[in-house]
Design a protein around this ligand. Sequence first.
Ligand SMILES: NC(=O)c1ccc[n+]([C@@H]2O[C@H](COP(=O)([O-])OP(=O)(O)OC[C@H]3O[C@@H](n4cnc5c(N)ncnc54)[C@H](OP(=O)(O)O)[C@@H]3O)[C@@H](O)[C@H]2O)c1
Length: 246
Amino acid sequence: MSGSETILLTGGEGRLGTELRALAPEIVAPLEAAMDITDPAAVAATFAEVGPSLVVHAAAYTDVAGAETDRARCWRINVDGTRNIVREALARDLAMVHISTDYVFWGDTGGYKEDDPVGPVRNYYSLTKLVAEALVRVLDRHLVIRTSFRPREWPYPVAFTDVFTSQDYVDVIAPQIALAIRRWREVPFKTLHIATERKSVYDLARRRRGDVEPGSKRGAAVEFPDDISLDTSRWQDLKTQWDAPT
Ligand SMILES: NC(=O)c1ccc[n+]([C@@H]2O[C@H](COP(=O)([O-])OP(=O)(O)OC[C@H]3O[C@@H](n4cnc5c(N)ncnc54)[C@H](OP(=O)(O)O)[C@@H]3O)[C@@H](O)[C@H]2O)c1
C-alpha cells in the first residue's frame, strides 16, 4: 500500500480479505493452509519469511450461529489465533490493524462511539471478538477497526425493518478499510469505527435487491439488537482532514 511497507494480511481469502487483496495486490496474504493462525509455529515461520512491518488481522471464525454449537473452535480461532498473531507482533515490534465488529456493543441505543463501554455481548462469537480486541491492545502500535458488512448482493427475500445498523456492502466498506490501512501511520487513534450512516436493515437490503420484502425480527430464531449502529464521526473527520488542501 505504501512503497516501503510490507503488509501481512490474515484471512485474505475471506469476504473482506478478498476485497482488500483486489484493492492492494501487493499485500502478502498467505493461505490458511500455509499459515493456520491457531498454529504458533506456522505463524512464527510465516512472519519470519515475510518480514512484515504491519500485520492486518482479518481471519476469524465468523459463523455467528455455528459459534453457539462449536464454541471451542470459535475460541481457538478468534482468541487463541489472535493471541498467536499478537505474540509474533510483540516479538517483532510490529504494528497491527485488527478487524473487529459492531457486535462488541449490546445494540439497544445505537450511535456507539469508539470510547463507549463495550458489552454485554449477545452471542459467543461477539464474546470471542471482544476478547480478541483486548489481546490486541497490549501492542503499542495497534488500530482496532470496528465495522460491519454484507456480501455484495442482498441474499435473502426478507429484511428487517426493526433492526438498525451502520453496516454496508463489502464493496462499500472495504475501500474505506483499505484507506485506513494505507494511512495507518496518520491515524492518531487506537480504535476507529468504519461504517456508513444509520439505516434499517430493510433500507440497506433495498439498495441491492428491489423485490426484498419487509420483515420483523420478532419471532426470529436468534436474538437481534434494536440498534447496533456505530458513530463514525471520528473516521469522517479524519477523512475530511486528509482531503483538505495543505
Ligand atoms: N462479515 C461481517 O459482517 C463482519 C462484521 C464485523 C466484523 N467482521 C470481521 O471482519 C473480519 C473478516 O470477516 P469476513 O466476513 O471477511 O470473514 P470470512 O469471509 O469468514 O473470512 C474469514 C477468513 O478467515 C480465515 N480463517 C478462519 N480460520 C482460520 C485459521 N485458523 N487460520 C487462518 N485463517 C483462518 C478463513 O479461511 P477459511 O474460509 O479457509 O476457513 C477466511 O478466509 C473478521 O475478523 C470478522 O470478525 C465481519
